[in-house]
Design a protein around this ligand. Structure first.
Ligand SMILES: C[S@@+](CC[C@H](N)C(=O)[O-])C[C@H]1O[C@@H](n2cnc3c(N)ncnc32)[C@H](O)[C@@H]1O
Length: 201
């Protein structure tokens, strides 16, 4: 009998490009930094006709995610244990991903650590290669400085455009928003999320 871990987590080498994790032709969405698994366990249930891959680098967090997932309730979800960076284009077929969700990426607040931030021009270059035209990138961070950094990186990139009147909004105006553990914690501490929404041109 296949265990839940074997159902959700697959050997990267056998399944490259990762599009092969599903063979039903449904649209593919990804989440980067699945954390304790609120988004990856809840959102795909609202969209059974889409497939989802959640990336998470921490084994502890992968276990948290697995506790919230079951093959019966989440047949359209897979998890990949990996630190995502500007080589994400090596993981997927070109122009094959329909959208990306990134809620509360690590902000690396110290200036000397800024180069560790996920959002860099090279990351957007790589992401642009795997996204389909009109694919959306949905981002939330409670860290204002990181939000401004993200807006700066996107506004200097010719393959993405903001879909919001102002690039940072504090009210989430999309349906189906999943409040993650981190959003809940930060709100409790008085830090409102900053929401950003971009489209691949
Ligand atoms: C601040 S937590 C937010 C988790 C979750 N998205 C939430 O909103 O509650 C950031 C998560 O991203 C993971 N992470 C950080 N950098 C990553 C990377 N480059 N690729 C994949 N996961 C990453 C961390 O292990 C952590 O679980």
């Amino acid at each position: 009998m296949i265990s839940d871990r074997d159902f959700f987590i697959r050997d990267l080498d056998d399944d490259m490009p990762l599009n092969k994790l599903f063979n039903d032709g449904k649209d593919l969405y990804i989440e980067i930094g699945s954390g304790k698994g609120e988004f990856i366990s809840q959102y795909p249930q609202k969209h059974p006709n889409w497939n989802f891959i959640g990336f998470e680098l921490s084994e502890k967090r992968i276990i948290n995610c697995l506790k919230k997932l079951s093959p019966e309730d989440n047949p359209n979800v897979r998890l990949v244990k990996r630190a995502i960076d500007d080589t994400i284009d090596q993981l997927f077929e070109k122009a094959s991903v329909n959208g990306v969700f990134i809620q509360h990426p690590d902000p690396w607040p110290k200036r000397r650590h800024h180069r560790r931030r996920l959002f860099q021009t090279a990351f957007l270059d790589s992401l642009a290669k795997i996204l389909k035209p009109k694919a959306k990138v949905q981002i939330a961070t409670d860290h204002k400085d990181y939000a401004l950094w993200i807006v700066d990186i996107f506004s200097n990139h010719k393959e993405f455009v903001s879909l919001q009147d102002t690039p940072i909004q504090n009210d989430y105006n999309l349906e189906d928003h999943v409040v993650t553990w981190f959003e809940q914690e930060q709100r409790r501490l008085g830090f409102e999320p900053n929401f950003m929404l971009y489209e691949r041109i």
